[in-house]
Design a protein around this ligand. Structure first.
Ligand SMILES: [Zn+2]
Length: 252
């Protein structure tokens, strides 16, 4: 995918709010609103990617946090997505999600990685899907009633009476019912090394990597554990890849 349009600056970010949030400082830790460029880069995927189309109805606050520490297992988090906390809801007049960037790591990340990180965090901003089998005779009226929000009719999925499945975004008071989406792939590299693609979601990940490579995209993430893995393998009997690295980089 050509990343150029995703790096465009813009004055208006209809889904990335710019509330008057005071800076929050405690010791070395500081949380503030992310800068205009990051906010623009978060808006661009919402406008350009079908995968984030539902977020055109969302209000998102993008924050940057500095002075944080690695987690208890040594993990450095690059960002985190969450539903709004009561405090942020109060300060920002009702945002639906808060995305918090690691403000120490962000400036050091390659541009393409920053874009992928924002895409990742936006992918956590999900909606609740409802579904029901609807008789053909009433299908058109039913779909019409659901309005402009994304509706999908699955003619390949019918009940015993032949009624196709209809899936749609659930709403309350005219707004989508938001939820945090989990990662669709959770894995340990060591398990894949030993057992291969043992879950369907891992096969989907491998297929996605092939598609990306076929489209001419390079992988910008070096396999982080190669040298560390070598070092570990030298330590014990055959090594143990399940020993955590001292520093892991993660996107929550
Ligand atoms: Zn994540």
């Amino acid at each position: 995918m050509d990343p150029t349009p995703f790096f465009r600056d813009r004055a208006e970010t209809p889904n990335i709010k710019t509330p008057e949030l005071p800076e929050w400082v405690r010791g070395k830790r500081r949380i503030r609103l992310a800068r205009a460029k990051a906010r623009a880069w978060a808006q661009n995927p919402i406008d350009r990617l079908d995968a984030h189309r539902h977020l055109r109805k969302a209000q998102i606050v993008l924050l940057a946090r500095t002075g944080g520490q690695a987690g208890a297992d040594g993990t450095v988090s690059l960002a985190k997505a969450a539903r709004t906390s009561p405090v942020v809801t109060y300060l920002s007049a009702g945002a639906d999600f808060v995305l918090t960037l690691n403000g120490d790591q962000w400036p050091q990340m390659p541009k393409a990685a920053r874009l992928a990180l924002l895409d990742h965090e936006l992918s956590h901003c999900g909606v609740t899907i409802s579904y029901k089998h609807v008789p053909e005779a009433t299908l058109a009226a039913f779909v019409e009633r659901l309005g402009e929000l994304h509706v999908e009719t699955r003619t390949d999925d019918r009940d015993s009476d032949g009624a196709p499945l209809v899936r749609w975004i659930k709403t309350a008071d005219g707004k989508p019912v938001w939820r945090i989406r989990r990662h669709d792939v959770e894995c340990f590299a060591g398990v894949v090394r030993r057992w291969g693609l043992w879950l369907p979601s891992l096969g989907a990940l491998a297929a996605a990597m092939d598609e990306h490579a076929t489209a001419g995209g390079g992988l910008f993430a070096e396999p982080a554990d190669e040298s560390a893995g070598e070092a570990r393998r030298g330590l014990g009997e055959g090594g143990d890849e399940s020993v955590p690295q001292m520093t892991q980089i993660a996107a929550e």
